[in-house]
Design a protein around this ligand. Structure first.
Ligand SMILES: Cc1cc2nc3c(=O)[nH]c(=O)nc-3n(C[C@H](O)[C@H](O)[C@H](O)COP(=O)(O)OP(=O)(O)OC[C@H]3O[C@@H](n4cnc5c(N)ncnc54)[C@H](O)[C@@H]3O)c2cc1C
Length: 396
C-alpha cells in the first residue's frame, strides 16, 4: 500500500472525485503534465499547451458563458487542477481571469465583447507594477493625460506577466497628481499600439514558462473609449480585483502544494512496508508527513471556504479572507515543496526535477499578487474593522 494521490485526497480533500468541474479540470491537467518540465527548461509555453487551452474549452469554462457567470469556486477548482501539473499554465489562466474581473467590475460598455475574445484565447497582460511602485501602488509614476478625444500614456511597467505574448494590456496610469484613491485610471491598450514596447524579459527562478517583462509606454495614444470605468476609478478597480485574484493565486498554490505532496508521499512511502515503517520505527518522518497533510487539508478548506462563501453570498470576498487564502496556501506550497526537495536530494537540484520546479514556483507565489507580508498587513487592517473585531466569538 502506498500513499497515492487519491488516498491523500480522500484523507484531506473529500468530495473531489464526485465533482464534475474537478473531473474535467483534472482530465485537462493530465494532458498538460507531460509538457511542464520541458516548458520550464525552455522558459516558454509549448504551442500545444496554448492550443489545448482553447481546444479543450478551458477558456470558455473558466470565464463562463456570460460576464460574471463562472464563480470564484469554479475558477479556483480549475486553476488548482492545472497547477498540479504546471504552475506557469495555471498562472496564465489566473492572469486572464484577473483582467476579466477588472473589466467586469468596471461596468464599461463593450466589456462583454472583450470577454468573448478571451473565451477564444485572446491573451491579456495586467499592467500595474512599476520600478518604484510594487507593494505601494500609489507610488505609480506612469501618467495618462487627456488630449482632445484621446489619452496619451507615458511611463513604464515592471514584471508584467504575458509580456510580449499579449494581444492587449490593461494599463494603470496616474490621471491626477494627487496621491489618493482617485489618482489612478485604467486603460485598454492593444499591444500593437505605437509607442508600446517590451524592453526586457526576466530570466526567473520560478514560473519560468510564464513570460515576465518590462513595458515602455512612450506617448502611447489611445481613444477616450479605452478608459475602463470612470476616470479615477483605477485604484478601486485594482484593489477590488485583488479580492478576486488573491484566492486564485491561493488556488495555484494549492495545486503546487498538492503536486509536491504527491511527489513527497511517493518517495517516503513507495510501498506498504515503507508506509508501515512510518508509523513505527520512522515515526519522526511519519509525523512530518502527517503535519504536511494537515496543512494541505487546512489550506484547501480555507481556500474553498473563502471562494464558495463569496459565490453563495454573491459578493467579492473580504480582502482579509482573500489575503488569508493567498498567504496560507502559498506558504503551504513553499513548506511542502521544501520538504519534497529535501527528500529528493541531489535529484531536485538537477534540471527537469519536478520537486525542484514546485519549490522554485512556490517561492514566486509567496511574492506576487502582493507579497505575503502585504497580505498580513491587509489582514491586520481589516481585523480592526468592526465586523471582524470579535474574532473569538463572532461567526467569521
Ligand atoms: C513572476 C512575477 C509576475 C508578476 N506579474 C505581474 C503582472 O502581471 N502585473 C503586475 O502589475 N505585476 C506583476 N508582478 C509584480 C508583483 O505583483 C510585485 O513583485 C509585488 O507586488 C511586490 O512588489 P515589488 O517586487 O516591487 O516589491 P516591494 O514592494 O519593493 O517589496 C520588497 C519587500 O518589502 C516588503 N514590503 C514592502 N512594503 C511593505 C510594507 N508596507 N509592510 C511590510 N513589508 C513590506 C515586501 O513584502 C517585500 O518583501 C509580478 C511579479 C513576479 C515576481
Amino acid at each position: 500500500m502506498t500513499i497515492s494521490e487519491p488516498e491523500a485526497r480522500s484523507a484531506g480533500l473529500d468530495g473531489r472525485a464526485a465533482d464534475p468541474v474537478r473531473a474535467q479540470a483534472e482530465a485537462v491537467a493530465a494532458l498538460i503534465r507531460p509538457y511542464a518540465e520541458r516548458m520550464d527548461e525552455q522558459e516558454a509555453f509549448a504551442p500545444e499547451v496554448l492550443e489545448m487551452l482553447t481546444s479543450k474549452a478551458v477558456w470558455r469554462n473558466v470565464h463562463g458563458e456570460h460576464l460574471g457567470a463562472a464563480g470564484l469556486g469554479r475558477q479556483c477548482r480549475w486553476i488548482e487542477a492545472i497547477a498540479t501539473s504546471c504552475t506557469s499554465t495555471a498562472v496564465l489562466v489566473q492572469s486572464q481571469l484577473t483582467v476579466a474581473h477588472t473589466l467586469e467590475l468596471s461596468g464599461t460598455a463593450g466589456v462583454e465583447g472583450l470577454l468573448e475574445g478571451m473565451r477564444q484565447g485572446v491573451i491579456w497582460g495586467w499592467g500595474l507594477t512599476e520600478p518604484e511602485a510594487g507593494s505601494d501602488i500609489l507610488g505609480m509614476t506612469t501618467t495618462a493625460r487627456r488630449e482632445g478625444s484621446d489619452f496619451v500614456i507615458g511611463g513604464s511597467k515592471r514584471f508584467i506577466s504575458n509580456a510580449g505574448m499579449s494581444d492587449y494590456y490593461l494599463v494603470f496610469a496616474r490621471t491626477s497628481a494627487e496621491r489618493n484613491s482617485r489618482s489612478l485610471s485604467a486603460f485598454v491598450v492593444p499591444a500593437a499600439t505605437p509607442g508600446l514596447t517590451v524592453t526586457r524579459y526576466e530570466t526567473k527562478m520560478g514560473l519560468r514558462a510564464s513570460r515576465t517583462g518590462d513595458l515602455s509606454l512612450d506617448e502611447v495614444r489611445v481613444p477616450a473609449s479605452a478608459l475602463v470605468g470612470e476616470p479615477g476609478a483605477g485604484f478601486g478597480l485594482a484593489i477590488n480585483t485583488l479580492r478576486w485574484s488573491r484566492p486564485l493565486i491561493g488556488a495555484v498554490s494549492l495545486g503546487v502544494a498538492r503536486g509536491a505532496f504527491a511527489e513527497l508521499a511517493s518517495r517516503v512511502a513507495p510501498d506498504a512496508s515503507a508506509l508501515r515503517r512510518l508509523g513505527d520505527e520512522e515515526q519522526g518522518r511519519g509525523h512530518q508527513l502527517a503535519e504536511l497533510l494537515l496543512q494541505l487539508t487546512a489550506a484547501s478548506a480555507l481556500l474553498y471556504e473563502v471562494a464558495d462563501r463569496a459565490d453563495s453570498e454573491g459578493v467579492l470576498p473580504a480582502m482579509w479572507r482573500a489575503s488569508a487564502a493567498k498567504a496560507f496556501c502559498s506558504d503551504t506550497a513553499m513548506r511542502i515543496a521544501g520538504a519534497a526537495v529535501e527528500l529528493a536530494g541531489l535529484e531536485a537540484a538537477a534540471d527537469g526535477s519536478r520537486p525542484g520546479r514546485y519549490f522554485r514556483d512556490a517561492k514566486v507565489l509567496q511574492i506576487f499578487e502582493g507579497t505575503n507580508q502585504i497580505q498580513k498587513n491587509a489582514i491586520v487592517r481589516e481585523l480592526l474593522d468592526a465586523d471582524v473585531a470579535h474574532l473569538g466569538t463572532a461567526r467569521v
